[in-house]
Design a protein around this ligand. Structure first.
Ligand SMILES: [Mg+2]
Length: 174
C-alpha cells in the first residue's frame, strides 16, 4: 500500500528536472502543484526564474497545467499572468482534478508527468492514475498550513518505513 506514495523521481527543485529525459520517455505534458513546488505558499506571483523556466518548458512544446488544492483566488492570481491553465480546489489525491487536467491538455496518463512537493497528495494521486511522478523539496516549509504539517509527519513515518523495507532509494531513479 505504501508503494503508491513512492515518487518515480526525486529532485531538489523544478529546475533540476531533466526535460530531455522526459521527452525521451514520451512525456508531452506536465501537471504541476503550485504551493511549495513552484513558489512558496505565501508568494503570490512567480519569480523571474520560474517565469523563465516555464517559458522554456513551453518553448520545448510541453503542455502545462497547474493542479492545486488551494482556492480560486490564489491559483488564478498566480496562473493568469503566466497564461497557464489551472484546476483549483483539486482535492488531491482525488483523481478527478488530474483527469480534468489531462482533458485540458488532450493527453493520456502515460504522456504526462506530475510534479509536486507532497507524497500524500501529488505523488499518490499521480501514481494512482499511472503517471510518472516527480517529488520536489518544499520551498518554504515554515509557511505551511496545519493540514500540510500533518501530511509532513506522515511522510516522515512512511519514508522511514520504506527505507526499512529497502524501497526508498537515496539515488535518483529515472
Ligand atoms: Mg504543494
Amino acid at each position: 500500500m505504501l508503494e503508491g506514495l513512492i515518487p518515480r523521481l526525486r529532485v531538489s527543485t523544478v529546475y533540476d528536472i531533466d526535460l530531455a529525459m522526459l521527452k525521451e520517455k514520451g512525456i508531452q505534458g506536465i501537471i504541476t502543484d503550485l504551493d511549495n513546488t513552484l513558489v512558496g505558499a505565501k508568494d503570490p506571483l512567480a519569480t523571474p526564474q520560474l517565469a523563465a523556466w516555464l517559458e522554456e518548458v513551453k518553448r520545448q512544446k510541453f503542455k502545462v497545467v497547474i493542479v492545486s488544492n488551494n482556492d480560486h483566488t490564489r491559483v488564478s492570481r498566480f496562473a493568469t499572468p503566466l497564461d497557464i491553465q489551472f484546476v483549483h480546489a483539486a482535492r488531491k489525491p482525488a483523481q478527478r482534478a488530474f483527469h480534468k487536467a489531462l482533458q485540458l491538455m488532450g493527453l493520456t496518463p502515460d504522456q504526462t508527468v506530475v510534479v509536486g512537493d507532497q507524497m500524500l497528495t501529488d505523488v499518490l494521486g499521480g501514481n494512482r492514475i499511472g503517471m510518472f511522478t516527480i517529488l520536489v523539496q518544499p520551498i518554504a516549509i515554515q509557511d505551511e498550513g496545519w493540514m500540510t504539517r500533518v501530511n509532513r509527519r506522515i511522510e516522515r513515518i512512511v519514508t522511514a518505513r520504506l527505507r526499512k523495507k529497502g524501497l526508498w532509494h537515496e539515488e535518483e531513479r529515472h
